[in-house]
Design a protein around this ligand. Structure first.
Ligand code: ADP
Ligand code: AMP
Ligand code: ZN
Length: 216
């Protein structure tokens, strides 16, 4: 299966991605995770993109598209992939479609997780992430058993993302509304869109996603 997870920051894309990869044979590709890893390791790419992430702005399309295709062309993606946080602009969506056509493959579904802005702010402000293994928590909705310690890898690496601080959060939601929300219509026109109410519980959202994917 070849899937895209669409939705504003904080909608629950990463949370659902970790559910989906346990159940289906797809490789999880999060452009945000790739950028953060490069920033942490201070690679050339990391140095190029750090400012954009700090400000909550989008990394330029060309850089992002090349990075994604390098990843999608790797052997492990041949069976299927799950794009999380890509595409985020119409130009990226076009570049994805063109690349897929060139390779004679297509997307099976675009899952759009819908959540209102006031809920997003609460989710992002309370989000905590493990910088060691990538697990995601929430101070109210999904706390770690021991504060600051990851349930999964037991590392003392659970922190707030820099771009989850309030001023950047509002910026990111605005960037989403202006640049990414138009993709909903784009994929609806391609007859690929599946909308799911992201304000339901994590399990309920996953049940809906499964019923969509199992009935394709
Ligand atoms: P995204 O990848 O779309 O930015 P995340 O998956 O990181 O979003 O989720 C954002 C925050 O909201 C996290 O702290 C996560 O634990 C929490 N969260 C995700 N889905 C739900 C849900 N259905 N109900 C309540 N909280 C959720
Ligand atoms: P995310 O982890 O998806 O919330 O992404 C974090 C940040 O990474 C975003 O605020 C952008 O700065 C950058 N980013 C992630 N994916 C993309 C993309 N497809 N295009 C441009 N920038 C991106
Ligand atoms: Zn961890």
């Amino acid at each position: 299966m070849r899937l895209v997870l669409l939705g504003p920051p904080g909608a629950g894309k990463g949370t659902q991605a970790s559910n989906i990869i346990k159940e289906y044979d797809v490789v999880h590709i999060s452009t945000g995770d790739i950028f953060r890893k490069n920033i942490k390791e201070q690679t050339d790419l990391g140095k190029k993109v750090k400012d954009y992430l700090d400000k909550g702005l989008l990394v330029p399309d060309e850089l992002t598209v090349d990075l994604v295709w390098d990843r999608l062309d790797q052997e492990d993606c041949k069976n299927g992939f799950l794009l999380d946080g890509f595409p985020r602009t119409l130009a990226q969506a076009d570049a994805l479609q063109k690349g897929l056509e060139k390779r004679n493959i297509n997307l099976d579904k675009v899952i759009n997780i819908e959540v209102d802005k006031n809920v997003l702010v609460k989710r992002l402000a309370g989000r905590r992430v493990c910088t060691n293994c990538g697990a995601t928590y929430h101070v109210d909705f999904k706390p770690t058993k021991v504060e600051g310690v990851c349930d999964e890898c037991k590392d003392h690496s659970v922190i707030q993302r820099d771009d989850d601080k309030e001023e950047t959060v509002l910026n990111r939601i605005e960037v989403y509304e202006n640049q990414t929300a138009p993709l909903i219509g784009y994929y609806k026109d391609l007859d690929l869109l599946y909308n799911v109410d992201g304000t339901l519980s994590v399990n309920e959202v996953f049940e809906k996603i499964k019923s969509c994917l199992n009935n394709m």
